[in-house]
Design a protein around this ligand. Structure first.
Ligand code: FPP
Ligand code: MG
Length: 331
């Protein structure tokens, strides 16, 4: 990925990235996260620390911070707290998601599930989620409501995705509903809360919600593309995981009516390596991936249009750049 994995990986000679604009704030988010994952039960802190220290991109806190700054926010203490809480919620969902998907690799390493089993992974997710709400719960009712909405949508998205798993009737509209719930929800609330905490007027707060939503959808679409293209050492998981799991990813959904090899792998209860390879080859040799990219680009264009409602500033430029980087990401 073009973005640095964490703030600490920003090098002085590295080209400027949107994250560099809020590097000091992101460093404070990092410190806050470390404080929050401390527990007298060191196993909890260890498992949480393993995941959180394994190279997440901190995109959600960065989005909140950039929007906050671009909307004229000054003292970032509150948005730093919210950024830490959003990252903890995101981390909790990854822990729980690996249990549901039997995901054994996460960010290029054996997942917490593979290393510690279901019990500790589950409770560490609960722990992070509780810590996140310990922080988010001190804000006004709107912020608490938005953070809660994101969590509810994350849960609903997971169940909705199960409904379309290996389901030949899945349509583009179903895909969008799942992607909105499982990915765009946290992005949209991150951006909206950043604007709200900066004291922006309701119209701008809503525009930032829309911008975060569009960036989140684009992010998920590129994620689905990378699952087909790999390579595994860059994306941090085996290529073709979505097909193996029967997950209704965008390339699969678009290819189902046209590519029998994709249909066969998607519908098989446990597709063998050869059928997954054939499906991936069929996808790579078709126009489906171009179509996925085109749809993702449309989302990023919409996000940029919403971001244009911000007053001109280096932070607004950084947000445009962050949106563009979603399309360039390689992991
Ligand atoms: C990753 O999808 C899954 C999510 C982003 C959401 C998972 C949500 C839950 C498990 C509900 C729990 C919610 C809370 C608030 C604790 P994926 O499997 O497509 O992505 P992957 O390739 O990263 O595994
Ligand atoms: Mg998963």
């Amino acid at each position: 990925m073009t973005l640095p994995s964490t703030v600490s990986t920003l090098r002085p000679d590295a080209p400027p990235t949107p994250l560099a604009l809020v590097a000091d704030d992101l460093a404070r988010v990092e410190t806050r996260i470390r404080e929050l994952v401390a527990s007298r039960e060191t196993r909890l802190s260890e498992v949480a620390g393993e995941l959180i220290g394994s190279g997440g991109k901190r995109v959600r806190p960065a989005l909140s911070l950039l929007v906050f700054r671009a909307a004229g926010g000054d003292d970032a203490t509150d948005v730093i707290d919210i950024g830490a809480a959003l990252e903890l919620i995101h981390s909790a969902t990854l822990l729980h998601d690996d249990i549901l998907d039997s995901g054994m690799t996460r960010r290029g390493r054996p997942s917490p599930l593979a290393r510690h089993g279901v019990g500790l992974t589950l409770v560490t997710g609960d722990f992070l989620f509780s810590k996140a709400f310990g922080v988010a719960g001190r804000f006004d009712a709107m912020v608490v409501g938005w953070a809660t909405d994101a969590c509810i949508q994350l849960c609903e998205g997971e169940i909705l995705q199960q409904r379309f798993r290996r389901n030949p009737d899945v349509q583009l509209a179903d895909y969008l509903e799942v992607a909105e719930a499982k990915t765009a929800s946290l992005f949209s609330q991150a951006a909206r809360i950043g604007a709200h905490l900066a004291g922006a007027d309701p119209a701008l707060v809503h525009a930032m919600y829309r911008a975060g939503y569009e960036v989140g959808l684009g992010f998920q679409m590129v994620d689905d593309l990378l699952d087909v293209l790999g390579p595994p050492e860059v994306i941090g998981k085996p290529v073709g995981s979505d097909l193996r799991e029967g997950s209704p990813a965008l390339p699969t959904v678009l290819a189902l009516p046209h590519l029998p090899a994709v249909r066969a792998a998607f519908l098989a209860e446990e597709p063998d390596a050869l059928s997954v390879e054939r499906a991936l080859d069929a996808l790579r040799g078709s126009t489906v991936l171009d179509e996925v990219r085109r749809i993702a680009e449309e989302r990023i264009r919409s996000a940029r249009a919403e971001l244009d409602r911000l007053p001109p500033s280096a932070f607004r430029d950084g947000l445009h750049q962050l949106a563009d980087l979603v399309l360039e990401r390689t992991a």
